[in-house]
Design a protein around this ligand. Structure first.
Ligand SMILES: Cc1ncc(COP(=O)(O)O)c(C=O)c1O
Length: 379
């Protein structure tokens, strides 16, 4: 580079040389809940308790014998075998990636793309339309009914209207909290040609009968996505997986990056599965805390709170700036109040009993002067 050119660049910076981002990304902000340094963080549905004692020691011990100068086991057979054994499936039906978000984008890369459509339920996980945009796939939505339910009739009508190539259904639903009815999944499947992806990120909190995994034998285009980020207390690990039919796993391998799953993560996932009982032993306590918080909200009279089978609660009030008021009091929750169908709604993750008490006290204070009626849903 010539000296004048270097001086010019130092003066102007590289902004002027910016390559225009693709049209679909113009004006887009990176997705993500705020990561704020406040005393009580109840906004991203992690489990409050750290992994069980002994986990990090065991991972540390095992990774000492890894050959980190070599690439990891690309098809991550040991981890898939362990996941398959847990689910009663074969290795060929299992696939893991960096969080269930990566599993979802890989499915879109394999079955979406220009000229293809993905249908997602609304309210639902806010990443679905974002992932569709990234994967250049048209996103279409089906609105849950008044009670936030997707019945078989609604499901059948939605696939008939949109003829999607993929369908995304969170179960339990995030942010609503309730599991999907199996008959709605059957209808989405049987009345379409789509791969029906049921996103069971929170399934380990729910009644075991809620999972659609047993439908795999009945529905040849069903895929179930899961994660270690929620009940498995390993959000920092970034590990998710897919339980499905062998042909889906074959196709997903066509879009994965080589060696996408690092060796340390593969070992950590295996150790977590070996220690599953200890990892999941908080679930009864989490559920009882959820019901305790729900009862307090329900009994207030100025809050509408929804049922939940997960580790969070969706609730609605008539106070427009409640999110900010809670934040001022050191409690971070998730704000859905500007989302379609969710006017006035916030979502709170169930934390430790102390965190939940702090949330309830902050809510009490924040609502103290605002004895407004709970608004009816607006669209
Ligand atoms: C419904 C749902 N699916 C998927 C994810 C993504 O989880 P992961 O951390 O495995 O990428 C989340 C995270 O909040 C979620 O709520």
């Amino acid at each position: 580079m010539t000296a004048p050119r270097r001086r010019e660049l130092e003066r102007t910076g590289t902004e002027g040389a910016r390559v225009p981002v693709r049209d679909a990304l113009l004006g887009v902000s990176p997705y993500g809940a705020p990561q704020l340094d406040v005393p009580v963080r109840l906004n991203t549905n992690e489990t409050a308790q750290p992994p069980p004692p002994g986990f990090l020691e065991e991972v540390g011990h095992r990774i000492r014998s890894l050959e980190l100068n070599r690439y990891p086991d690309r098809p991550h057979h040991a981890l898939r075998d362990a996941l398959a054994a847990r689910a009663g499936l074969t290795r060929e039906q299992v696939w893991a990636a960096n969080g269930s978000n990566e599993v979802l984008i890989q499915l879109l890369q394999a079955y979406g793309g220009p000229g293809r459509r993905a249908l997602y339920v609304r309210p639902g996980y806010s990443m679905y339309p974002e992932l569709c945009r990234t994967a250049v796939t048209e996103a279409v939505e089906v609105d849950l009914d008044e009670g936030f339910r997707l019945g078989p009739e609604l499901a059948a009508a939605a696939v008939a209207e949109h003829d999607p190539h993929l369908v995304f259904v969170p179960s339990p639903n995030n942010p609503v909290g309730t599991p999907v009815e199996h008959d709605a999944i059957r209808a989405l499947h049987d009345d379409s040609r789509a791969l029906v992806v049921v996103d069971e990120a929170y399934i380990d909190f729910a009644d075991p009968t809620a999972s659609v995994l047993p439908l795999l034998g009945e529905l040849p285009r069903l895929a179930v996505a899961r994660t270690f980020s929620k009940a498995f207390r390993l959000a920092g690990l970034r590990l998710g997986y897919l339980l499905t039919h062998a042909w889906v796993v074959e196709d997903v391998q066509k879009v994965r990056l080589p060696y996408h799953l690092d060796a340390i993560k593969q070992v950590a996932g295996l150790v977590a599965l070996e220690q599953e009982a200890a990892f999941l032993d908080h679930r009864a306590a989490t559920a009882s805390e959820r019901e305790r918080v729900r009862a307090v909200l329900r009994d207030r009279g100025d809050v509408e709170v929804f049922d939940s089978a997960a580790n969070f609660l969706l609730f609605r009030t008539g106070v427009e700036d409640l999110f900010d008021r809670l934040l001022d009091l050191g409690v971070l929750v998730r704000d859905f109040s500007d989302k379609p169908r969710l006017a006035g709604c916030l979502r709170v993750t169930i934390g430790t009993p102390q965190e939940n008490d702090a949330f309830l006290a902050a809510l009490d204070a924040a609502l103290a002067d605002a004895s407004l009626p709970v608004p009816r849903e607006s669209s």
